[in-house]
Design a protein around this ligand. Structure first.
Ligand SMILES: [Zn+2]
Length: 330
């Protein structure tokens, strides 16, 4: 197949260079679902960019599909420039402090996606608009009107693949074979890309008029592991076959968003994990050793309540109460 490519300027740098978003669109011209996939909205989350580049190469060799697939492999060329001491660090805009995945508007007064589209067109025209407003508008204008929307992210330094979505879409995204799906709660909107396509319309539009949207947390930050890349690529192409052929999926474990939480350090020190993401940790089971150099001792931590460990954050030296991982409490 042949794609069409759209290049959209998003920010001019003080030295004059212009950062761009590149959108690749494979449109079969045949009836079918309109799919939109983006990655790398957060700077360190580069895995999805490689995954979508692989998908572009794959679709180029494919004779045909149904409907269309549009992709933005790097949704945030601003954030990916941010680095420090061998690490990508661009989760938030360092000037405003705003998380790049909290910039999307959820206005429950919108009665149609047309009204949503007009809102973002006006954002782009504003003479005094912020970079967050302009990036959000560009990404939303590329994706509004799609039937299936997937935003690819990563978590921590080790993670088990998981998905955030609405419960009515969980059967579709089960095709990506995540360890768990975390289901949004109806009124909770934090300004994330995926939910901003769905939550404004939950009370005004029938669900078949809103897209299926999800965030797919595929792997960990900052690296592109070849074996995992091949594995996630198989899952992504299987997911697209499900979309193209309306195939049935096998259900996966789903939990409400309220059960999903950060795991905080109960004590300060240097953390070494005893369990891997994906593990279920039972009550009183040991899960980490904490080294406390100021007293020359190490302490084993035992779970005070059971949880599934989803991801670990990779900051081994941790103050008490700081986030050390992501989990689902059982
Ligand atoms: Zn992210």
């Amino acid at each position: 197949m042949i794609y069409t490519k759209k290049t959209i300027p998003v920010q001019q740098l003080p030295t004059g260079e212009i950062l761009m978003i590149h959108e690749y669109n494979f449109d079969s011209g045949l009836e079918g679902k309109k799919v939109y996939i983006q990655a790398n909205l957060h700077g360190p989350e580069v895995f999805g960019t490689a995954l979508l580049t692989k998908l572009i190469e794959y679709l180029e060799k494919k004779a045909s599909i149904t409907g269309s697939v549009s992709m933005v492999p790097c949704a945030n060329p601003i954030a990916v420039q941010q680095k420090s001491y061998n690490a990508l660090t661009g989760r938030s805009n360092p000037i405003s402090g705003i998380n790049w995945n909290r910039i999307f508007t959820v206005d429950k007064k919108w009665k149609s996606t047309k009204e949503q589209e007009v809102y973002y067109l006006n954002q782009l025209k504003k003479s005094n608009g912020s970079i967050e407003e302009s990036l959000a508008a560009n990404l939303m204008l590329l994706s509004i009107g799609s039937d299936v929307i997937l935003d690819i992210h990563t978590t921590g330094n080790k993670t088990a693949p998981h998905i955030f979505t609405h419960k009515k879409s969980s059967h579709l995204f089960a095709a990506l074979d995540p360890m768990v799906q975390i289901l949004w709660e109806k009124d909770v909107a934090i300004g994330a890309f995926d939910e901003s396509h769905v939550i404004p319309f939950l009370e005004t539009l029938p669900f078949d008029k809103t897209p299926h949207a999800a965030t797919w947390e595929v792997d960990c930050h900052g690296t592109i592991d070849r074996e995992k890349l091949n594995n996630r690529f198989e899952q992504l192409t299987e997911f697209l076959e499900v979309v193209w052929q309306n195939k049935k999926t096998n259900p996966v474990k789903c939990v409400p968003l309220s059960q999903h939480n950060h795991l905080h350090a109960p004590i300060a020190g240097y953390y070494s994990w005893l369990v891997d993401p994906g593990s279920t940790v039972l009550k009183n089971q040991p899960y980490a050793t904490v080294f406390q150099p100021w007293i020359g001792k190490s302490t084993t931590l035992f779970a005070s309540e059971p949880f599934i460990l989803i991801g670990t954050y990779g900051i081994a030296a941790t103050g008490a109460g700081e986030q050390i991982g992501l989990c689902v409490f059982l």
